[in-house]
Write a protein that binds this ligand. Structure first.
Ligand SMILES: NC(=O)c1ccc[n+]([C@@H]2O[C@H](COP(=O)([O-])OP(=O)(O)OC[C@H]3O[C@@H](n4cnc5c(N)ncnc54)[C@H](OP(=O)(O)O)[C@@H]3O)[C@@H](O)[C@H]2O)c1
Length: 339
């Protein structure tokens, strides 16, 4: 065991992709609560800079070199964390890759593979490796950072600009992550597994980070509200939920038109209270409800797909510029895209 062993009473968290953006902000917020933060970063130099920022704020943070696409890196990360602690209270699978937003008719399996390696296999690699430490904790929680784009309800809602952003990899990877989370939750009731999205789906807002060329309308603090709510949830906290900072996000557009029913929960599903900053565009309850006509919604989305131009990666950073280009081409430069 290392000299810097976690105190028995100290809550611990491992966050992947925490050298910047939402991951770093979650690290900052949980570090400010006195938690021991294992800060995952695939690039050691960037990770060192991030840890230095947390240390300057007085946080107890440890750099964990961690590339979620590498079994060897994940194994080394486990060994390092294990030197500090015998239990891990919270795992936040935050690292994510947007892909290149290649038009569906041009996308290859290789194109999808790179995105899935980070967004789907990555969380499975890390979760699988860290299960022994999680299972040794009293109230373990795993938070999967997904996207509104992983929701069938959002993707088939033509009022959501993401419905007309043409790509296969990112949204399907997040949909797969959603399913994987529920399957973990069902199989492992001793661990709380929940999905979050950093945006405000109903208000078509997302958080400004490098991933979207800082075009988001929310701060990273607002974006990480659901991370913090679920990370700090007690033993009676939820499992198998999908939330943003406003409450539940619909997984899919389940409707039975003959009975006029839809599946959206009416109430925020769990006891732990989200502290919401004032929203400039308050969510309307009606905007949370799911379209009563899914086939017409899907048809409108398809029509929007025809109208929208295909995005292409341009510029220095193909990930950022292609997302930024897609946002602009879909009329979302002033905001209102649930990503
Ligand atoms: N911003 C939003 O509103 C929004 C909306 C929906 C979902 N999300 C999700 O939120 C999560 C965080 O994204 P962000 O907006 O904070 O973007 P970001 O600032 O670009 O951060 C992404 C992080 O993931 C890391 N990463 C990428 N591939 C990795 C790998 N193979 N191994 C380890 N780390 C890796 C990046 O590391 P490097 O610095 O080394 O590249 C970076 O630290 C992602 O899962 C994203 O899909 C964000």
């Amino acid at each position: 065991m290392g000299a810097n062993m976690t105190q028995q009473s100290q809550t611990s968290v491992l966050i992947t992709g925490a050298n910047k953006g939402l991951g770093l902000e979650a690290a900052r917020r949980l570090g400010a609560l006195g938690w021991k933060v294992f800060l995952g970063s695939r690039d050691e130099a960037r990770g060192r800079d991030a840890v230095a920022k947390l240390h300057a704020d007085g946080a107890d943070a440890v750099l964990v070199p961690l590339d979620v696409t590498s079994d060897e890196s994940v194994a080394a990360a486990f060994a390092l964390v294990r030197e500090h602690t015998a239990t891990l209270d919270v795992l936040i699978n935050n690292a994510g890759a947007p892909g290149h937003f290649v038009a569906p008719e041009l996308a290859t399996a290789d194109e999808l593979h790179g995105v899935y390696d980070t967004n789907v296999y990555g969380p499975v690699r890390v979760t699988h490796a860290f299960l022994p430490l999680l299972q040794a904790a009293a109230n373990p929680r795993v938070i999967m950072v997904s996207s509104g784009g992983g929701s069938f309800a959002v993707i088939t809602d033509p009022t959501q600009p993401v419905a007309s952003m043409h790509e296969l990899a990112y949204s399907s990877s997040k949909a797969a992550l959603n399913m994987i989370t529920v399957r973990y939750a069902q199989a492992l009731p001793g661990i709380k597994f929940n999905v979050v999205t950093p945006g405000e789906v109903a208000n078509r807002k997302f958080a400004a980070t490098d991933m979207n060329g800082h075009r988001g309308q929310l701060t990273v603090t607002e974006g990480t509200d659901p991370f913090i709510a679920l990370a700090t949830a007690g033993p009676d906290g939820p499992t198998a939920t999908f939330t943003d900072r406003l409450g539940p996000v619909a997984w899919l557009s389940v409707q039975n038109e003959s009975r006029g029913e839809h599946s959206l929960p009416a109430a925020f599903p769990y006891g732990c209270q989200l502290t919401l900053a004032a929203s400039s565009s308050p969510v309307s309850e009606s905007s949370r409800s799911i379209s009563s006509n899914s086939s017409s919604a899907a048809n409108q989305a398809l029509a929007a797909l025809d109208r929208s131009s295909r995005s292409a990666a341009v510029g220095k950073d193909p990930h950022t510029t292609s997302i930024a280009a897609a946002l602009t081409k879909n009329g979302a430069s002033s905001g209102n895209v649930a990503k």
